[in-house]
Ligand binder design. Structure first.
Ligand code: PLP
Length: 380
């Protein structure tokens, strides 16, 4: 089978793996052990990893707090901010704004806020999957305290106008969070200049290991304060206690460094490959439709609707391709993508949709083989 699911996760880059390995073996120390060489080596590695990750996003090192991944970072951004707001002003009403095509860790986290008496607006997006700045303006209320919008959509690849949205938030003194899990490492960014307050991202989407991610927390102009996520020994500036995942941080750092170094070149290659894939698909499968924004889209992502071909019927062919489908059987029930319905696809169309996401090791030959496999599946 050919792997076309780089948005779900990526293999660890061999250079990343090589960088991590010593931190499982000889440098196994606890970075909090301040009295010996094992501890110092681990601490130095964490300092370096934090610096590499900060440089990828244009932050200061101390603004990067390591977590277990973007799901944790997203949840912490929402609940950590809310609890700080409540601590400072318990009686004040709170309103958050997000969109209806966010990752489930934002969607469900925001939905859970109703139990804490927070009003949440889930703004609809346009048919390309973009948040409309004008709509956000209309949704503002006197007590709107946070906005959270996905930077690059994980299903359809649409890029949101994050700079504009962050500027709007700043104008109105509203905290701005973005889920940049599919953006960091793939598009150039500078969180400091853009006025982003909080940003979630993850190592395993950028050829780093699973189980490590980060939350960027703005350190000044203005300084953003969150309640700690985990109490304990005071690691991660007292915000997220627990022994730091040293090999994970080393791998995240190396992965970030490689992405930064190769970003322009890598995205040009992926853009060309995905455009070739799209051209060949159109030639091979009449009526195939592209979902998401035609131009404001991630270089590596194609989400398509096959005319009249439910993906569940194509399973034997799709098994030759590691792809994600718009609908899947979850725990006994059919789960239909809220992103695809959010951009106006009918349930029938969602069931005929799939995502091909390309990455560092995708080749031109794999593109042609994927087209052949899909074509054959549909004709059968
Ligand atoms: N947000 C987006 C946009 C994602 O694509 C993902 C990955 O599935 C996540 C959050 C969750 O990331 P993690 O697997 O690091 O928890």
């Amino acid at each position: 089978p050919i792997y076309f699911d780089y948005n779900a996760t990526t293999p660890v880059d061999p250079e990343v793996f090589a960088a991590m390995e010593p931190y499982f073996k000889q440098h196994f120390g606890n970075p909090a052990s301040a009295g010996h060489t094992w501890g110092w080596a681990a601490e130095a590695a964490v300092v370096k990893g934090r610096e590499q990750v900060a440089q990828l996003i244009g932050a200061k090192s101390q603004e990067v707090i390591f977590t277990s991944g973007a799901t944790e970072s997203n949840n912490w951004a929402i609940f950590g901010l809310l609890s700080k707001l409540r601590e400072n002003n318990p009686q004040e009403p709170v309103h958050f704004i997000t969109s209806n095509v966010e990752h489930s860790s934002i969607m469900k986290g925001m939905a859970a806020l109703t139990r804490w008496n927070v009003d949440v607006t889930f703004l609809p997006v346009d048919h390309n999957g973009q948040v409309q700045v004008e709509q956000v303006k209309k949704a503002l209320r006197p007590h709107t305290r946070m906005m959270s919008f996905i930077w690059v959509n994980n299903e359809i690849g649409t890029i949101n106008p994050i700079a504009e949205l962050a500027a709007l938030a700043k104008e109105n003194k509203i905290y701005f969070h973005t889920d940049a899990t599919q953006a960091a490492g793939k598009i150039p960014m500078n969180v400091t200049d853009m006025g982003i307050d909080l940003m979630s991202f993850s190592a395993h989407k950028i050829y780093g290991p699973k189980g490590v991610g980060a939350l960027y927390i703005r350190g000044k102009d203005p300084k953003v304060q969150l309640d700690p996520l985990i109490y304990g020994g005071g690691q991660e500036r007292g915000l997220r206690s627990g022994t730091v995942n040293v090999p994970g941080v080393v791998g995240f750092g190396k992965a970030a460094e490689l992405c930064k170094k190769n970003q322009a070149q890598e995205s040009a290659k992926l853009r060309e490959l995905s455009q070739t894939l799209w051209k060949e698909l159109q030639a091979a499968i009449p009526g195939v439709k592209l979902n998401g924004h035609p131009t404001e889209r991630a270089a590596n992502n194609l989400n398509i609707t096959l005319p009249g071909a439910k993906t569940e019927k194509l399973m034997s062919h799709l098994q030759k391709l590691g792809v994600s489908t718009g609908s899947a059987c979850g725990t006994g029930a059919m789960v239909i993508s809220h992103v695809l319905t959010g951009i106006g696809l009918s349930p029938e169309e969602v069931q005929c949709s799939l995502r091909l996401s390309l990455g560092r090791w995708t080749t031109r030959e794999e593109i042609s083989r994927a087209v052949d496999i899909l074509k054959e599946g549909i004709s059968k």
